[in-house]
Design a protein around this ligand. Structure first.
Ligand code: BDP
Length: 574
């Protein structure tokens, strides 16, 4: 799915701002026709999770209603398709335009859109949404299960509402629907293989133009029905990497009777990424991942898109010397992904499948929604050079059903994107059968924390033999995708004790020392970049996970300075 764009042929308007909001705790809105307009509302910021904007709705999980009004920009209907596009709405969204239902969507972290060409009026369009995040075991990620409040089967707060921008956009009739760029390198020549699909037939030709670093390469190809493909060769190309995130600029033009009918542009990074033996190779050279699991989480805005926060987190990750992160435990905003391309971060892109249970009465529903997520995610993010692999899930429960479940998802990913390796993030260890067909094994470990508490050395001993066992069994590169210790900023002790800043430093130091002694380990992702909000529970002081290396306000703990030294190349182990 292409992000809306502004150029001579396409336009969009961001409907962000203050909308009308009304919780519906007794679920009467549908019967009382709130879809035709709601009264007695409160203002709410869109985008923004509703939980922390008010003093009384923090734990309210929905249903709740939103409305806003907008006019049609002049001339837009003239030979255009008009769409409404939602970046993310958690969890169920039902949408009405001028009282008429235009669609529904399930799932909180991926975009969806509805065509409204035939339904939009020139002025005073009324857009109404019913958003429901009532937690249930059938959802993915699943509600319920654990002893926490609000009840989830995952360790982050189930923020609700319209959490990314809502865009009204138009594009030329029948125009460019999708573009898929596969970069490759052939004897130093950069190659971009670009497929393009249109909404309708009836176009003669397409033009593909790549510019950048003093070069301009153009290919004109004819259309076959709604499809076409071009291969663009860039001699002596500059390759994309974390150190040199060189981006070329691709413009695709769709032609009708020699005239440009539609055009779409995107950044292209020429790079290869592959798994070879125990190594991860970027542009043919081994690459080692240093970085974090993270969350989209900040005071007041909750899980919402917040542009300065994206800049801040990248700036902290650069400062500390990270080169990568995982979109734990759901896809991040499109803007986050664009900046990963620009700033040179390697991304493990994860679906929202965290805490899957495989219970008999939910497994079919979970599989169908996960298949939908995989399709939405891969189609959204497959043009990003920063995305180096897809993660099918985080820490699914142990189950005899898991292997087949993930094989189905794995095959779906490969069908949509044959170019990238697939992984799964597991805490099961050598019993994780999904590792049989994933190219990379991501392992989460908390020895010296949840197990062997207070005894890091003891924990490390177990960890060492466990990692060797996983490797012996699967012979694949392993990434330690989570390890960390809750740390209350300002708590200190000597000798180090759990929850102190010293303990976090000791913990990370001993883990990293061990990891680096194992040649099959190709990455260390500390849990977590920052402290983050969780449901309430006995292991979550004040409703927070304190495993951040930075606080929720983005200030460094002792461990941040330690990691910076090691990730900037200081030899702290000898
Ligand atoms: C891991 C989960 C992560 C949690 C972390 C923790 O993948 O979501 O936040 O544990 O408990 O198992 O800190």
């Amino acid at each position: 799915m292409l992000y809306p764009q502004r150029n001579q042929y396409r336009q969009f308007i961001d409907l962000s701002g203050f909308w009308d909001f009304k919780p519906d705790p007794n679920n009467i809105g549908l019967n009382e026709n709130w879809n035709k307009g709601i009264e007695n509302t409160e203002p709410i910021a869109v985008p923004g999770s509703w939980n922390d904007q008010f003093s009384n709705y923090r734990d309210f999980m929905g249903p709740a209603w939103y409305q806003t009004k907008f006019d049609m920009p002049r001339g837009w209907l003239n030979g255009n398709h008009v769409f409404l596009r939602f970046g993310s709405v958690n969890y169920l969204a039902d949408v009405w335009l001028n009282g008429e239902k235009i669609g529904a969507h399930e799932g909180g972290h991926l975009p969806f859109e509805f065509e409204i060409t035939a339904k939009i009026k020139k002025a005073e369009n009324l857009l109404v949404l019913r958003v429901d995040n009532t937690l249930s075991r059938t959802q993915v990620p699943p509600g319920g299960v654990r002893q926490n409040y609000p009840g989830t089967n995952y360790d982050f707060f189930p923020f609700c509402g319209i959490q990314r921008p809502v865009l009204l956009y138009c594009m030329p009739e029948g125009g460019i629907k999708d573009i898929f760029v596969i970069p490759s390198i052939e004897n130093g020549t950069g190659v971009a293989t670009v497929s393009m699909e249109t909404l309708e037939e009836g176009f003669n030709e397409a033009r593909f133009i790549i510019t950048g670093f003093g070069k301009e390469i153009t290919e004109k190809v004819s259309m076959e029905g709604t499809q076409t493909k071009a291969i663009l060769k860039i001699p002596n190309a500059k390759f994309w990497s974390p150190e040199t995130p060189h981006l070329y600029f691709l413009r695709v033009e769709l032609l009708k009777q020699e005239k440009i009918w539609d055009s779409y542009s995107l950044n292209v990074g020429i790079r290869t990424f592959e798994v070879k033996g125990d190594n991860l190779l970027l542009n043919g050279k081994p690459i080692y991942l240093k970085g974090f699991g993270r969350h989209e989480d900040f005071p007041v805005v909750g899980r919402s898109f917040l542009a300065p926060l994206i800049i801040k987190d990248y700036s902290l990750m650069k400062w500390i010397g990270a080169n990568s992160f995982r979109t734990s435990h759901y896809p991040y905003s499109e803007q986050m992904m664009d900046l990963a391309d620009k700033l040179g971060f390697l991304v493990i892109d994860e679906t929202p499948a965290v805490g899957l249970t495989f219970e008999k009465n939910v497994i079919d529903k979970h599989l169908s929604i996960c298949l939908q997520y995989v399709e939405e995610l891969v189609k959204r993010d497959r043009n990003h050079p920063s995305v180096i692999m897809w993660s099918l899930a985080n820490e699914p429960n142990r189950s005899t059903k898991a292997k087949e479940f993930f094989k189905t998802l794995h095959d779906k990913v490969k069908q949509l994107d044959p170019t990238r390796p697939v992984t799964l993030v597991s805490m099961i260890g050598k019993g994780e059968q999904t590792f049989e067909f994933c190219e990379v094994a991501c392992v989460n470990r908390y020895n010296g924390w949840y197990t062997q508490p207070g005894q890091i050395d003891e924990g490390i001993k177990y960890l060492s033999s466990e990692l060797d066992e996983i490797y012996e069994k699967y012979k694949k590169p392993i990434i330690l995708s989570e390890f960390g210790a809750d740390t209350i900023p300002g708590y200190h002790s000597q000798p180090p004790e759990m929850f102190t800043e010293e303990y976090q430093v000791e913990f990370l130091k001993k883990y990293i020392k061990l990891i680096r002694e194992k040649p099959y380990i190709q990455g260390e992702h500390v849990w977590n970049l920052t402290d983050f909000k969780t449901p309430q529970g006995i292991i979550r002081v004040g409703g927070f996970n304190y495993k951040g290396v930075f606080t929720r306000e983005r200030q460094p703990k002792l461990a941040a300075h330690f990691l910076r030294k090691i990730w900037k190349g200081e030899d702290i182990f000898s």
